[in-house]
Design a protein around this ligand. Structure first.
Ligand code: 5GP
Length: 120
């Protein structure tokens, strides 16, 4: 069973403008901003505006337009941040074993340094 969406999670508050963020991109379906505790010289988060807990419910329930828009946005944010030529890493944590801390889907974009083999 999947957890219900918590409308008081921190990213929902950012989407409602109740707490600030360092925004780098916004369109109809997506918002991107700097991670508050960066793990790389560039560490951005891209989130859909819809109420999705994780990749799991997003991939199953989101309208195709929202999915396509979000995927486009992730790519555009990486391009605008200058990450493409040197290269970058993206990941999304899902649920407890994934160590997902904020229950609103977010894709992490990491750049600005060399990454190494995945350490699962
Ligand atoms: P998770 O572990 O859920 O994949 O990642 C959550 C991320 O959200 C962490 O990297 C954490 O630093 C970031 N984060 C948590 N609270 C805030 C916040 O209030 N503002 C911003 N910009 N990032 C946050």
């Amino acid at each position: 069973p999947r957890a219900p969406y918590d409308p008081n999670n921190i990213f929902a508050k950012i989407l409602r403008g109740e707490i600030p963020c360092k925004k780098v991109y916004e369109d109809d379906f997506s918002l991107a901003f700097h991670d508050i505790n960066p793990q790389a010289p560039v560490h951005l988060l891209v989130i859909p505006k819809g109420a999705y807990v994780s990749w799991d419910d997003f991939s199953e329930k989101a309208p195709a337009e929202e999915i396509a828009g979000f995927i486009r946005a992730v790519g555009q944010v990486a391009r605008e941040a200058g990450l493409v030529d040197p290269g970058y890493r993206m990941l999304a944590n899902v649920g407890g074993h994934g160590h997902q801390e904020v229950p609103h889907l977010h894709v992490h974009l990491f750049g600005g340094r060399q990454f190494y083999a995945m350490v699962p």
